[in-house]
Design a protein around this ligand. Structure first.
Ligand code: SAH
Length: 213
């Protein structure tokens, strides 16, 4: 599959839909216009790539809805060269959006099949996260902590303590919390022991699963 003029046109329309839904961050919108989402999905589903919809990928997982990706990325309030930990690499689409926003990204995936597939895909496409890790995102990544930003792209029954502890003071953690439905939640670390919590609307994610090993 290729990226064509037509695909770019569809991405411009998608960005407009996201603007109409309230996304304002110009770097985020630029990333949406730039990242060829159709290449992150299995071929044959191209027609779905630029609708504002989630879509199945390998291993019973989903590529998040573009609005959700834009909403979470906007909440991060990224500036260039920040270190970001992403939990739930999945298709790698969110990772690519973070990279386009000039973040240094560490990303963790617990499904071996997806980890391998997406890791290869990044190489093929020339996307360069700092590290793609096969492991359990509940534990975060202590060896690379603390992070400026942490983003969780699967629904967590509660916020993992390890992730809060791996956030820099002044840092932001964006995580969907809940079982059947999730509330998008922002934690800002204001001091060593204090966090400010803000809740946004409800979303639907595949579950963040504990390590099965
Ligand atoms: N960011 C992805 C969203 C994928 S869906 C994208 O844009 O495509 C969420 C992903 O989180 C799935 O791939 C799932 O396997 C992964 N996941 C679930 N629990 C996890 C955990 N404990 N650690 C790391 N990844 C996890």
């Amino acid at each position: 599959m290729k990226d064509t003029f037509k695909h770019r046109g569809m991405r411009n329309q998608l960005a407009q839909i996201l603007i109409d839904k309230g996304i304002k961050d110009t770097a985020v919108l630029e990333a949406i216009r730039d990242v060829p989402r159709h290449l992150f999905m299995d071929s044959g589903f191209e027609g779905h790539a630029y609708l504002d919809k989630a879509f199945p990928i390998a291993a019973d997982q989903t590529i998040s809805q573009p609005y959700t990706v834009a909403f979470q990325t906007e909440l991060l309030e990224l500036t260039p060269r920040m270190t970001v930990l992403e939990i739930g690499t999945g298709s790698g689409y969110q990772t690519a959006v973070l990279l386009k926003c000039k973040a240094k990204v560490y990303t963790i995936e617990r499904q071996l099949e997806l980890f391998k597939k997406t890791n290869l895909f990044f190489k093929k496409m020339g996307y360069r996260p700092k590290k793609v890790i096969f492991g359990d995102g509940y534990k975060g990544l202590p060896e690379a902590a603390p992070f400026d930003r942490i983003i969780v792209t699967a629904g967590a029954p509660e916020v993992p303590k390890a992730l809060l502890s791996q956030l820099k003071i002044g840092g932001r953690l964006v995580i969907p919390v809940g079982f059947k439905e999730q509330i998008m939640t922002l934690y800002q670390r204001t001091s060593d022991k204090e966090f400010e919590k803000t809740e946004y609307g409800s979303f639907r994610f595949v579950p963040l699963l504990e390590d099965k090993n």
